[in-house]
Design a protein around this ligand. Structure first.
Ligand code: ATP
Ligand code: MG
Length: 369
């Protein structure tokens, strides 16, 4: 039982009426007790996935399993899942205490136990003392926190959180990210968190599913996804990237901007067209003689920790550099980078093919030791 994923999607497709599907053949597994994030742009299907898990809508095709049992037709109130909705969905006629206590009253819990559980939940979201406030007297951020308290107080097996921090200011948001993550570890409850903010996803998650247009583009740990994006969409969505067209000459040798560079990728076809990603922080400013690329500085922005420098190469590709060094606008500079900084992306590669290729690299590394 312990090894059965708590939630599984098997080839789930969802369409509303006769419109084109909003989820297309989506399959994934959620392991118990981890923090998952669904990350993707507006309209990609994040809320739809949560609604399917919660039972507020039904899959058009495919299977949804909970603890190994098919739940496609199990009603929402019979599922071990609580949701923090994108619009909070609080009860406007109940005060803060009663909103949080609602689920416990339905379970017929005794008053003293309700009192202490509600108090604990409100403490967690920093709303102690607000018990008797009316919902309409609360700010957007406070309502959001009431909604989180209402979900955690029931201690369900899974909590679904639909952009729960989006209305908070930056400071409170960062604080709540940390607190939510801590709470998840403490409770050991599985969290499925939705956001379109990549930094939030990277900071909070054990696993991220990157979605676009109703499909999972890539799934993995934050580091995996940041370091090895599968395609241009993921590379662009997760952090800033320099992406240029290139050609794989042979194993460990790739060509772009008219030059050949040593890289760590292998197993692609000879002369296969590819796309290259280099992160701005992996580019180092040097003299034009020592640089692997020669570029002209177009603009310079001070970002607090580093300068963001935009440059162009001879082919007109833009190169974004994050550096603590300055460079004067209009001058020519060299850019240096290590072979490991070059990420080679195969065009149109599926996640299975991509994972197989990465595993092959790992084997080569191990053999070499
Ligand atoms: N009840 C519905 N009837 C028809 N189409 C719907 C319905 N609910 C959602 N959709 C459509 O399904 C697609 C995915 O919507 P969804 O709400 O899952 O997106 P999302 O990723 O949560 O976006 P956002 O970040 O804006 O909340 C959208 O194109 C949306 O218009
Ligand atoms: Mg949504």
């Amino acid at each position: 039982m312990e090894n059965v994923p708590i939630i599984q999607f098997k080839h789930v497709t969802k369409l509303y009426d006769n419109d084109p599907p909003v989820l297309k053949d989506v399959s994934f597994e959620i392991e118990r007790g981890k923090f998952y994030t669904l990350l993707g742009p507006s309209g990609c299907g994040k809320t739809t996935i949560l609604r399917l898990i919660a039972g507020f809508t039904e899959a058009s095709e495919g299977e949804i399993l909970f603890n190994g049992n098919k739940i496609n037709h199990v009603p929402a109130n019979k599922r071990q899942v609580n949701t923090v909705f994108q619009d909070y969905a609080l009860f406007p006629h109940l005060n803060v205490f009663e909103n949080v206590a609602f689920g416990l009253r339905i379970k017929k819990m005794k008053a003293p136990a309700i009192e202490s559980k509600v108090k604990e939940a409100l403490n967690f979201v920093n709303l102690q003392g607000y018990e008797n406030r009316e919902i309409r007297e609360m700010s957007g951020g406070q309502r959001q926190r009431v909604a989180i308290a209402r979900a955690i107080v029931n201690e369900p097996e899974v909590i679904l959180l639909d952009e729960p921090l989006s209305a908070l200011d930056l400071k409170l948001r960062t604080e709540m990210q940390y607190e939510l993550r801590e709470l998840q570890r403490r409770l050991g409850i599985t969290f499925i968190f939705v956001t379109h903010d990549q930094e939030e996803a990277l900071a909070m998650s054990d696993e991220i599913f990157v979605l676009n247009k109703g499909k999972i583009q890539q799934s993995g740990t934050p580091i995996d996804i940041y370091d090895e994006p599968i395609n241009q969409f993921v590379a662009d969505f997760i952090g800033e990237s320099n992406i240029v067209k290139g050609k794989m000459i042979e194993d460990y040798l790739v060509e772009f901007v008219g030059r050949q560079f040593e890289c760590v990728d292998q197993g692609l076809d000879k002369n296969e067209p590819v796309e290259i990603v280099i992160r701005p922080e992996d580019l180092e400013i040097t003299s034009t003689e020592h640089g692997k690329l020669k570029v002209k500085v177009d603009s310079l922005l001070f970002r607090g920790v580093h300068y963001e420098i935009s440059c162009y190469d001879q082919d007109g590709n833009e190169w974004l550099v994050h550096s603590t060094k300055k460079a004067a606008v209009g001058t020519e500079i060299g850019l240096h980078f290590d072979p490991e900084a070059i990420h080679v992306m195969r065009l149109g590669e599926t996640e299975e093919e991509f994972d197989r290729r990465l595993e092959a690299y790992a084997d080569v590394d191990n053999d070499g030791e």
